[in-house]
Design a protein around this ligand. Structure first.
Ligand code: GLU
Length: 431
């Protein structure tokens, strides 16, 4: 393993009481990485805060005739390189702070991939499992109306995230288009292909996790077909990553969902396991030794891919980790404190802003297809995604090699911050 481990002096040292909100983690990561880059401190200060956060109330009529009011957010972090871009979550843990932190990660993600977008994120504080399909549709349409003045194909383009999907995007596109008086497919990405969505968009985040894993194994001279992989989470990201890595010859030895994990040291029959979308929470019903999600994180594997939730790897469990490489499929699965321990233990972490960036990259392809009113084949999408991932990997690898004290996350931030810094310098401050 590499010796890129130490932390720059400018970093706040993490403490036992470190808050682990996405915003706190994102800010600490920014300050740590900024020490590696020749960047105007005023630009860093600006990047610590979003350009706007919209908070709306979203009332809907429930199926029983009562009215319920939900809270929704849209955090728009930075648009110096292009329109704001990022997902919408329907989840009980959505907060203003989480939306801001996640919107910051979208800014870096788009910059690492060199996409002409800035960062945004938002959502509604709701458990979608508590709503009928009709209620979800009413909630989505009303949320769209509340945000109509601040989203649009050239200003802020939402996409799916936790608890939302292609159908949610179709409702947003319809609600927005009806009010604008013209069909505007480019207002969202991750739509069904029949209304301007891109082939390969659903699988794209998992595909990029698989590509990042392939690149990382190659960097550390470990043949893919001899590698063992454990995947936490078998939703869209985890399942697609596991299936592709299995296809490419790796042994996926463990996968999990909310109920627990299954493990087979000789490799699981991945194709036989239904994804969360195909059959919710089916993982633990499959063949294999039943283990807990915590035990999965501690398996002695070549690659551990946390693809489920934020803050999965923390100060509490980081010392149990025995994987050689971590590839982040979820957004923010490693706390800042855990990251520091992993760096000290010489365990490379391929960061979310590179590893799961396939989603927003194919969102960009979708947006281009919408502008041109011309759809790409699945083969074209996958081959362009592969090319973009290899290009981004090369840029991050270059930064990693040039900064002996940088982690892979720092290196990805260096690439992003250099691009953002140049864009801020070129545009200047107005007035
Ligand atoms: N929600 C996805 C992410 O976190 C995709 C965002 C997008 O496609 O705009 O990267």
């Amino acid at each position: 393993m590499s010796s890129n481990t130490s932390s720059p002096n400018t970093v706040d040292s993490p403490t036992q009481t470190e808050p682990d909100s996405a915003l706190a983690v994102a800010r600490r990561q920014l300050r740590r990485a900024a020490a590696f880059v020749d960047i105007d401190p005023n630009t860093v200060e600006r990047l610590e805060d979003p350009s706007a956060v919209h908070e709306v109330t979203v009332p809907i009529e429930r199926d029983d005739g009562t009215v319920e009011t939900y809270t929704g957010y849209r955090a728009q972090h930075n648009s110096v390189r292009g329109p704001h871009k990022g997902g919408l979550r329907f989840h009980p843990d959505v907060t203003r702070e989480e939306s801001i932190g996640l919107s910051m990660w979208m800014t870096w993600k788009c910059a690492v991939m060199d996409l002409p977008f800035g960062g945004a994120k938002g959502g509604i504080v709701v458990d979608p499992k508590d709503l009928s399909t009709d209620e979800k549709e009413r909630l989505t349409r009303r949320f769209t109306e509340e945000l109509r003045d601040v989203i649009g194909p050239n200003t802020d383009i939402p996409a799916p995230d936790m608890g939302t999907d292609a159908q949610t995007m179709a409702w947003i596109m319809d609600a927005y288009s009806m009010q604008e008086g013209e069909t505007q497919p480019g207002v969202v990405t991750g739509k069904p292909p029949v209304i301007g969505g891109s082939y390969g968009r659903d699988e794209a985040p998992g595909r990029s996790v698989a590509i990042a894993t392939r690149q990382a194994l190659d960097y550390y001279d470990k043949p893919l077909d001899e590698a063992t992989v454990a995947v936490q989470g078998f939703g869209s990201v985890g399942a697609n990553a596991a299936r592709l890595l299995d296809d490419w010859g790796a042994d996926v030895v463990a996968v999990s969902d909310v109920n627990g994990a299954i493990y087979d040291p000789d490799g699981l029959d991945i194709e036989a396991i239904p994804t969360h979308e195909e059959e919710p929470e089916a993982v633990t019903k499959q063949d294999g030794e039943l283990i807990t999600n915590d035990e999965l994180l501690e398996l002695d594997v070549d690659v551990l891919a946390p693809c489920a939730i934020g803050n999965a790897i923390t100060e509490e469990n980081v010392n149990g980790i025995r994987a050689d490489i971590i590839v982040e499929g979820a957004n923010g699965p490693t706390t800042f404190a855990a990251d520091t321990v992993l760096a000290d233990r010489d365990i490379p972490v391929i960061p979310d802003i590179l590893a799961n960036a396939g989603g927003v990259t194919v969102s960009y392809f979708e947006w281009l297809q919408d502008i041109n009113r011309r759809s790409w084949s699945l083969e074209k999408v996958n081959s362009e995604l592969n090319a973009e991932m290899e290009k981004a990997w090369a840029a991050v690898e270059d930064a990693y090699e040039h900064h002996p004290d940088a982690t892979w996350r720092d290196a990805a931030y260096v690439v992003a911050l250099e691009r953002l810094s140049k864009a801020h310098d070129a545009r200047g401050l107005w007035p």
